[in-house]
Design a binder for this molecule. Structure first.
Ligand code: SAM
Ligand code: SF4
Ligand code: SF4
Length: 348
């Protein structure tokens, strides 16, 4: 097995703005809520996100009109792909209306990440509204492990039904994200690979990251992607697939016998900051240029303060041009104590 990463491309031809390291603005992740019906141990631990946690109030959230306006401005600055996320995005009321608005923007790849709990009910409406693809987070196909990880006792069967409903609605291929935490769900790596092999769904194994301040992250909890690949390769031989665009975060592998594809996301062991083309918009309209940023830039104040499209675009352009983030490349003892934003707030 060859464990080198697939080739990375530099796309200098397309229009748009670049940051201090020459990285274009290509992807926007839009969080539509900071609330969630799960309490995944690595993301929203119960002790921190309890009943009295101060979640955002409705009027603090960007409206669908505001999100659409920003999405159009970002698209004009070079964004090619928008991912709707959260918290749990399917908890946002009438989400399909936002999807319809975003789907009406030309030349935009539109996708969504969900925990899948409400997907069986909503898949057809999301597809009808114009959603093209979907990613479902699923940390185990073993019900006991899954329930321990979501920490609200949510049954895995319901998420599996959601995945099938999404595929049946035409949201294909379904991508499945598994965050691997050593000693918690690493025994589920092979079962999940076996379960989805031959189904056309693509499982991506994600290294557990030190996002936020609440998950008590330790390097020992990370299962390096190379170890994940070795475990799978031993039973189901793999070969690499080349990346097909700059900023593709997953390294792609396929089964040698043609039974499908998997991916690994090496955020910890092989940082990909040099290719990071992603901006993140929080549910209250703050723009973050890195998953590990402490502070965001308040675009809602501009939107609600009467700024023109040109003024907002100019502000976003200025922020992106000044960007020098590369947290994962410099992750070290000095960065451990930094004030970092929570994943459930910014959406992954
Ligand atoms: N609630 C939705 C879901 O779980 O798919 C969307 C938001 S969630 C924050 C987005 C992604 O971030 C999920 O795939 C989740 O597994 C991942 N994630 C959360 N905390 C993480 C961590 N500490 N390390 C790696 N991935 C993480
Ligand atoms: Fe909720 Fe997603 Fe975070 Fe799990 S990973 S707690 S489902 S936001
Ligand atoms: Fe991008 Fe920041 Fe992650 Fe590096 S650490 S890949 S710059 S989000």
């Amino acid at each position: 097995m060859n464990s080198t990463s697939p080739l990375r491309f530099i796309d200098t031809s397309a229009r748009g703005i670049t940051d201090t390291m020459g990285r274009p603005l290509r992807d926007l992740r839009v969080s539509v809520t900071d609330r969630c019906n799960f309490r995944c141990v690595y993301c929203m631990p119960k002790e921190v996100f309890g009943r009295d946690h101060p979640f955002l109030e409705r009027e603090q959230l960007l409206t669908f009109e505001e999100i659409e306006r920003l999405a159009r401005l970002f698209q004009a600055l070079g964004v090619k792909k928008i991912r709707v996320t959260g918290g749990e995005p399917l908890l946002r009321r009438n989400l399909e209306r936002l999807i319809a608005r975003l789907a009406s923007i030309p030349d935009l790849d539109l996708t969504l990440t969900t925990n899948g709990a409400l997907l069986a009910q909503q898949a057809a409406a999301l597809k009808a509204a114009g959603l093209r693809r979907i990613t479902v987070s699923l940390d185990s196909v073993d019900n006991a492990v899954f329930q321990a990880m979501n920490d609200v006792g949510f049954p895995v069967e319901v998420v599996l039904e959601g995945i099938e409903a999404a595929a049946a609605a035409g949201l294909k291929p379904v991508k499945i994200n598994m965050v691997v935490k050593r000693g918690v769900n690493d025994a589920s790596i092979l079962p999940i690979a076996r379960h989805f092999r031959g189904t056309a769904h693509i499982v991506r194994f994600i290294e557990y990251m030190d996002v936020g301040q609440t998950n008590g992250w330790r390097l020992d909890d990370v299962v390096p992607a190379v170890e994940v690949l070795k475990r799978i390769h031993t039973e189901m031989p793999l070969e690499p697939v080349e990346a097909d665009y700059r900023g593709e975060v997953a390294q792609r592998w396929r089964y040698q016998d043609g039974e499908g594809e998997i991916g690994v996301i090496t955020s910890v062991t092989q940082a990909f900051c040099c290719d990071c083309t992603r901006a993140r918009l929080s549910a209250e309209g703050k723009l973050y240029t890195c998953l590990f940023a402490a502070d965001g830039h308040d675009l809602r104040a501009l939107l609600r303060g009467g700024a023109s499209d040109a003024e907002i675009s100019e502000a976003v352009g200025r922020i992106w041009r000044g960007r020098g983030d590369r947290y994962s490349e410099i992750r070290s003892a000095e960065t451990v104590g930094l004030d970092k934003i929570e994943m459930s707030y910014i959406g992954g």
